[in-house]
Design a protein around this ligand. Sequence first.
Ligand SMILES: NC(=O)c1ccc[n+]([C@@H]2O[C@H](COP(=O)([O-])OP(=O)(O)OC[C@H]3O[C@@H](n4cnc5c(N)ncnc54)[C@H](O)[C@@H]3O)[C@@H](O)[C@H]2O)c1
Length: 251
Amino acid sequence: MTDFEGLKALVTGGASGIGRATAELLAGRGAQVAVLDLDPSSVGKPLLAHRADVTDDASVREAVAAAVAELGGLDVLVNNAGIGAQGTVEDNDDAEWHRVLDVNVVGMVRVARAALPHLRASRHAAIVNTCSIAATAGLPQRALYSATKGAVYSLTLAMAADHVREGIRVNCVNPGTVDTPWVGRLLSKAPDPAAERAALEARQPTGRLVAADEVAAAIAYLAGPLSGATTGTSLAVDGGMQGLRLRPVGQ
Ligand SMILES: NC(=O)c1ccc[n+]([C@@H]2O[C@H](COP(=O)([O-])OP(=O)(O)OC[C@H]3O[C@@H](n4cnc5c(N)ncnc54)[C@H](O)[C@@H]3O)[C@@H](O)[C@H]2O)c1
């Protein structure tokens, strides 16, 4: 498929997991793609790579400007860089709240702010934010992370309203638990990684983790010219976790 032929895309957090799968999918469908990441050392051709920390405004502005110059414009921004946090409201101090909000929420704002002047010049401008099922379902031990993703959801709606008349669509994807290096790190810290993985799989009605490629495909749908009438939406890619209420097996 070459529906992205001639389009230029920037993917934050594009060196790993969902971002990497998205960057590779968009490139495979004809886009020129630049990755912006804290550590882009593993990123190779055909992807372009730029180092930036989304918590550092100067670094974001510099990397976005360099990426846009190299690409020759910008049509698609995939705002995907994010980090996790565990625990209830009692478990993280103020510094950790500020740190995770800074990456997951203000990070998206910084990149969008730097990208918007370039997106305005595009005829197919789209922003896709990586949100989470944590924005729409109450998950235990995820107070801080959920608060950041709730903010990403609301930010998506507000940005969609602000920029619709400029021809810029803004949507988000809400993944369930995705089989990425991030979840691998979480599992390796669990007392019984196999049991923890089985519990995460069982939480999703499909009985398995989501694949990064499946989230990438949803992002590509929202970013592509064929979804030109879609803005201000969230697309769940969660194995049915948000919408379904199954009876226990055998009942
Ligand atoms: N894996 C899941 O189960 C899951 C579920 C729902 C939502 N998400 C969201 O998907 C996104 C990607 O997650 P993933 O599982 O692919 O994670 P990952 O850890 O595999 O990849 C995240 C990437 O973001 C980069 N990054 C982190 N902090 C950064 C910063 N300050 N500046 C620039 N880059 C930075 C990392 O270097 C890494 O390459 C995140 O926003 C996450 O919240 C993940």
